[in-house]
Ligand binder design. Structure first.
Ligand SMILES: Cc1cc2nc3c(=O)[nH]c(=O)nc-3n(C[C@H](O)[C@H](O)[C@H](O)COP(=O)(O)O)c2cc1C
Length: 198
């Protein structure tokens, strides 16, 4: 199986990087091939230019490569911190430019874009690992947990990925080494569950 792993965090010492490393190790241990993108390391340009709007627009080689990878991936893992209830801008821009018409979704012929699109992604499952400094109850009650709807409904369900799992690790800022180790064990177990040894 080929699994795409997308990471958005500027600090290599961060817990987000530890999550991504752990997920990749587990995927490789289970015999899967991994496409990995550390968006900050790559200096990914998150600005969607007008020239890329059209479904058949010519794309820069870098974006073309991202598109090819995400459309051939059989599994997807996204790792990022909660920033204002959203993904870091660099990852939002990756969605804008890569999760694009003709790659991740399409409208039926008579539809100018007002209807319900067909999902095109091949991946049957997607996992999103998030980190935050907010208690789960407060995140849900006060902020309405926007990342759940963004990834689950707005992105993966729309793009045809049937099985979506998201885990928010919190609270990072006060977490002990022992707690972090347990969380990384959980990341390993989640990968083993969704992408077992082939
Ligand atoms: C720009 C910015 C916005 C943030 N917004 C939130 C937020 O809305 N809710 C929250 O719980 N934490 C927020 N945080 C805290 C991060 O989620 C937290 O630092 C991160 O999850 C810790 O993971 P790390 O150790 O891998 O950096 C924010 C941090 C930054 C830098």
């Amino acid at each position: 199986m080929v699994v795409s792993v997308i990471l958005a965090h500027p600090n290599k010492e961060s817990f987000n990087h530890a999550i991504a490393r752990t997920a990749i190790e587990a995927l490789r241990k289970n015999g899967h091939d991994v496409y990995f993108h550390d968006l900050y390391e790559e200096n990914f340009d998150p600005i969607l230019p007008w020239e890329e709007f059209a479904k058949d627009a010519p794309l820069p080689a870098e974006i073309e490569r991202h598109c090819k990878e995400i459309s051939s991936a059989e599994g997807i893992v996204i790792v990022h911190p909660n920033w204002w209830g959203q993904a870091p801008g660099i990852l939002k821009g990756w969605v804008d430019r890569v999760i694009r018409p003709g790659v991740a979704y399409e409208f039926i012929e008579s539809d100018k874009g007002e209807g319900i699109p067909n999902g095109l992604l091949k991946a049957k499952s997607a996992i999103v690992f998030n980190t935050s400094n907010t208690e789960t109850e407060r995140e849900k009650k006060v902020f309405k947990d926007p990342l759940e709807a963004i990834w689950g409904d707005c992105v993966f369900s729309l793009c045809g990925v049937a099985d979506f799992y998201r885990r928010m690790f919190n609270i990072i800022v006060t977490s002990s080494d022992g707690q972090r180790k347990e969380w990384l064990d959980e990341v390993r177990q989640t990968i083993d569950k969704y992408y077992p040894d082939k």
